[in-house]
Design a binder for this molecule. Structure first.
Ligand SMILES: Nc1nc2c(ncn2[C@@H]2O[C@H](COP(=O)(O)OP(=O)(O)OP(=O)(O)O)[C@@H](O)[C@H]2O)c(=O)[nH]1
Ligand SMILES: [Mg+2]
Length: 320
């Protein structure tokens, strides 16, 4: 017989566990995480290799008519799987592999519009194979993203190819941009999670600090404003953070690797950094729901992405 305490504990049981979101760069992993959480947590950009670290985003969903009727999914967004040369890229690769290794379920996200990397069997890169090994130990869901940009007749063969190469694996077409089918994807993930007590408190969304989220939001603006001109090794570091009378004052530095890159970020007579400041402040105010003052500076930290100690200083260090 169960004791009263045990029965009460079981009442609170949900489907709970970790879901690592993995895939090639630029397939929409971070867009999907932001969409599921209904807020901007992580940077998204048209440039590959935007995400540099693993990031937790916790989402609770209802499973109507099921037992248990609720799931708490702890999503882990990861850097796109790619060739891991150089300390920063190696750090990013290890972060993705570790997330897949530690997960209860792996969501492999595919860009359905990408002719090169979308189909199963075309992913030969060494690091992607390593990711595959880490992922294979767990139940897998395949998400075919960006269906808002692909005609149905093109989608069906892709779905069949994935389903055929991985019997028993759910293959779900979706659009992170429009939200189409994202609910169905979340339910499919939830069904593969173990039943037990929730992993996190109800109100927890991420394990990252507001400062870290601010860095992501400013970095996203940097990607948007600079586009192709952006030096790959740029980072953002929040140095001061003051909350007063319902407002936040943030002082942040944009770190580049070479003196020659500084004028690119600053722009003619400071025009670009001013634009960055305006756009950054608006995005931060929206994310935090209060007015934000933002002071931005540019700093050169020579070859930081090649030096382990500088990587750590900028937050890409220790255990990925
Ligand atoms: N049309 C369309 N575009 C999308 C969709 N999802 C993401 N994108 C776009 O795809 C690009 C890459 O999105 P990200 O979310 O940054 O992709 P990612 O997989 O996190 O990329 P990395 O962090 O670099 O690995 C951005 O320009 C997004 O706006 C979608 O469902 N439809
Ligand atoms: Mg990303």
């Amino acid at each position: 017989m169960d004791t009263d305490a045990e029965l009460r504990a079981k009442d609170k049981d949900v489907r709970a566990g970790f879901c690592a979101i993995v895939g090639l760069p630029n397939v929409g992993k971070s867009t999907l995480l932001n969409r599921m959480l209904g807020r901007k947590l992580v940077a998204v950009s048209a440039k590959p290799q935007t995400t540099r670290d693993r990031i937790l985003g916790v989402h609770a969903i209802d499973l109507p008519g099921e037992e248990p009727a609720r799931a708490q999914i702890a999503y882990v967004d990861t850097p796109g799987a790619q060739d891991g040369k150089g300390p920063l890229r190696r750090y990013m690769r290890d972060a993705a592999i570790a997330a897949a290794h530690d997960a209860d379920v792996v969501l492999y996200l595919v860009d359905a519009t990408d002719r090169r990397g979308a189909r199963p069997g075309r992913l030969h890169d060494e690091d992607i194979v390593a990711l595959g090994h880490a992922a294979r130990a767990h139940p897998l869901v395949v998400g075919l993203n960006k269906v808002d940009r692909i005609a149905k007749p093109e989608l069906l063969p892709l779905m069949e190819a994935w389903a055929g190469s991985m019997p028993g694996t759910e293959v779900i077409p979706l659009s992170a941009a429009t939200g189409e089918n994202v609910g169905a994807l979340e339910r499919a993930i939830a069904h593969l999670l173990p039943v037990g007590p929730p992993l996190y408190p109800d109100d927890m969304v991420t394990d990252r600090s507001p400062q870290w989220i601010a860095q992501e939001i400013i970095r996203e603006q940097l990607y948007h404003q600079l586009g192709k001109e952006l030096p790959y090794a740029s980072a953002v570091q929040v140095e001061t953070w003051t909350e007063r009378k319902g407002e936040i004052a943030i002082g942040a530095v944009i770190v580049v690797e070479r003196a020659s890159q500084k004028p690119i970020v600053v722009g003619r007579a400071g025009s670009r950094i001013r634009e960055l400041g305006i756009a950054g402040r608006a995005a931060l105010a929206e994310a935090f729901g209060k007015p934000v003052h933002l002071s931005l500076f540019v700093k050169v930290l020579a070859e930081w992405s090649s030096a382990e100690s500088d990587l750590r200083k900028l937050g890409y260090g220790g255990q990925p």
